[in-house]
Structure formats: C-alpha cells, structure tokens
Design a binder for this molecule. Structure first.
Ligand code: GDP
Length: 360
C-alpha cells in the first residue's frame, strides 16, 4: 500500500500565515487542487482539508440566490464592501448549475464585482465547472473550508434561482437569502413554494425602481410566509420564540441603500440561532447529509466504472426496456456482478433474523 499523501507544506503554511499576497496565491492554488480530478491531486487535497479542519468553521456562511438580472452581483459587491468596512474579510464563491453542463460559468465572475474583486480583504472565485451539480457543490463546500482556514470570516455562496442548486447552497450555508424583484408580490405563484421554505431572508431588490410595488411585495410575501408557517413550515414552530421567523427586507443594491438593515437582520438571526444551538445543529445536519451524498455519488461512480457492470449493463438495460426482465431483477444481477450480491443477501438475512421474535 502506498504511503498516505501529505498536505503540501508550503501551501499549508501560506494559507495559515495570515493575510498576504502569498496567502491569496496559496488560496487560489489550493482551490485548483481541490477541483482537480487527478487521483494524486485528490489525495493531496484530502490531506490538505484534514490539516486545515481545526482552523475551519469560524466564518459565517451566507447563501444568496435569485434569477439572473435580479441584482445578485450588485448586492454582493455592496454588502461585501460594507462588511469589509466593518473589519471583516469576505470570500465569494459560486455554485453555477450551468457550469456543470456547458463548462462555462456565469456566476462569481470577477468582472461582475469590480471594486470587491480588487479589494485586498476580499477573495472571489467563480463556480467550479464540469461534473454533476453534486460534484460542483461538493467542490464549493471544500473551497469554503479553505477560505475559512485562511481567515475569511464571511463566506458568501452565490447561485442562480433555478433547479436544485438552491437546495445545494441552502444545505451548505448558515443563512439562505433569496433576492426578488419589486413585482414579485404581483405573482406569488411565481415564487416557488420550495424556495420560500428554504429562505431565511427574502430581499426585494431594486426597490428604487418602484417603491410602492416593493412595499406591496414585502407585505404580500410576508403574509405568504406566515401562511406557510401556519401550515407547518418544516422545522419551524411559529409559536416558539427561539425559532427564526423568515423576514422580508427591501433594498436597493445599486445605491447601497438598505444594506445595514439587511446585516442587522443577519445579526439577529445569528444571535437567535447561536443562543438556541440552532447553528451548530444545522451544520451537523449539513455535514451528515454531505457525507452521505458523497458516499452515494462515489458508489454510483464506482458502479458505473466497474468492468463487469459495463459489460452487462447494456444488455440488461435492453432486457428491461423490452419487457424481458423485471427492473429489480436486473438491478440485483448488476449489483451481484459489482460484488454486492453476497453483501445484499447477508443484509437481507440480518433483517429477517431481526424480525423474528426472540421467543420464537
Ligand atoms: P445578477 O445577474 O443577479 O448578478 O444581476 P446584476 O447584479 O448583474 O444586476 C443586473 C442589472 O440590474 C444591472 O444592470 C444592475 O446595475 C441592475 N441593478 C442591480 N441592483 C439594482 C438596484 O437596486 N436598482 C436598480 N435600479 N438597478 C439595479
């Protein structure tokens, strides 16, 4: 067996060595290492993550979503500069679902946040590209840990308001915020219920364009959230004062108006969650789910790459499609050639044994 890979020492030292140009370079290189698909790079990246682990977890992780054009990058630029003014160091990462399909990224692009991208206390990294959404999200999670170890105490993860990427980002952040346009209240149907359930904060951006519409949207979305709460919002008991009630805020990112109000709401959330132990519980749930998501992805990949599976899969798929074989039988045969046959039989026997009453 080969010796376990160790973390590249100069990179580790530079990352933990405090703010400097060397640290920025090390950070960029470390994230490139995490994103590499080469097995030896992956081993080094894992060793690096393990070495950095004691230095992670100190940042506040903020997820931001919204449809293209709603003003995400304008908002992140305004918020980021505001936070740097308060003495924070801000990292901006992205999960771009389009990047897993096209290989191109539309989020986290440095040119979108002109002032923030050149600020010495900010670090902006576009979405990793290629692979499945799960893979892209996993790399962003790991990048988040490296940023935290390097002392960035606010990590913003941006995504677009489509598909599963919002769930992925809500599942890796402490607070998930959805940006809406001032006319959002006119068509509440357009705001997906699932998103309302994920959001801890809803921001009506571009309030300057139509202040009346923004105020209307704020009231309508607030009452819609209340309704959802009354009808059993998951993990939220609306009568429990220690539980966070999602808030709706209006602002104008372009004119940097309402940013303090936004940050005040984030602070309120943090205080409430920290006091009730909610933040730690949320992170624990996320870590467990992340581990299982990666186990499932790894097993699936190993299965698909297995030579015996590759040899049998096309014919068995044809059999299933033609109605010559039951899908579950085909699946069992494939799992057996993968080497799971005995394990599955053992597991089934164990379940059966457990089901037999001891007096029998
Ligand atoms: P993203 O695609 O969600 O990142 O959106 P952008 O931040 O690129 O913004 C899209 C457009 O909306 C740009 O032209 C911005 O200048 C504009 N915009 C963003 N925020 C505001 C705002 O608060 N008010 C107004 N009037 N325009 C805004």
């Amino acid at each position: 067996m080969s010796a376990p890979a160790s973390a590249p020492l100069p990179m580790l030292q530079a990352l933990l060595g405090g703010p400097s140009m060397a640290q920025r370079r090390a950070l960029a290189k470390a994230i490139t290492l995490l994103e590499s698909t080469r097995p030896d790079h992956r081993q080094q990246a894992d060793a690096l993550l393990n070495a950095l682990l004691p230095h992670t977890g100190g940042a506040f992780r903020l997820g931001i979503s919204g449809v293209p054009g709603v003003g995400k990058s304008t908002f992140i630029e305004a918020l980021g500069l505001h936070l740097i003014g308060l003495g924070h160091r801000v990292a901006v990462l992205a999960v771009d679902p389009s990047s897993s399909v096209s290989g191109g990224s539309i989020l986290g692009d440095k040119t979108r946040m002109e002032k923030l991208s050149v600020h010495p206390h900010a670090f902006i990294r576009p979405s990793p590209s290629g692979g499945t959404l799960g893979g892209v999200a996993a790399k962003t999670r790991e990048a988040m840990l490296v940023c935290e170890a390097a002392g960035y105490d606010i990590v913003i993860v941006e995504t677009v308001g489509v598909g599963q990427s919002e769930t992925a980002v809500a599942n890796m952040t402490d607070l998930f915020c959805v940006l809406q346009l001032p006319n959002a209240g006119d068509d509440l149907q357009a705001i997906k219920k699932g998103i309302m359930e994920l959001a801890d904060l809803i921001v009506i951006n571009k309030a300057d364009l139509d202040p009346d519409a923004a105020t209307r949207a704020q009231a309508q979305i607030t009452s819609a959230l209340r309704l959802l709460g009354l009808h059993g919002r998951p993990e939220t008991d609306c009568h429990d004062p220690t539980r966070w009630q999602p808030r709706v805020i209006q602002l104008s990112a372009l004119h940097a108006r309402g940013i303090e109000t936004f940050w005040q709401a984030v602070d309120d959330y943090r205080r409430l969650q920290s006091a009730a132990g909610g933040l730690q519980a949320r992170r624990q749930r996320q870590a467990r789910a992340w581990m299982w998501e990666r186990i499932e992805a790894g097993l699936r990949e190993a299965f698909i790459r297995h030579p015996a599976v590759q040899a049998r899969l096309p014919a068995l798929t044809d059999d299933v499609l033609a109605g010559r074989m039951v899908a579950s039988v085909a699946a069992r045969q494939l799992l057996a050639v993968f080497g799971f046959g005995a394990a599955l039989t053992d597991a089934a026997a164990a379940v059966q044994q457990a089901a037999i009453p001891s007096s029998a």
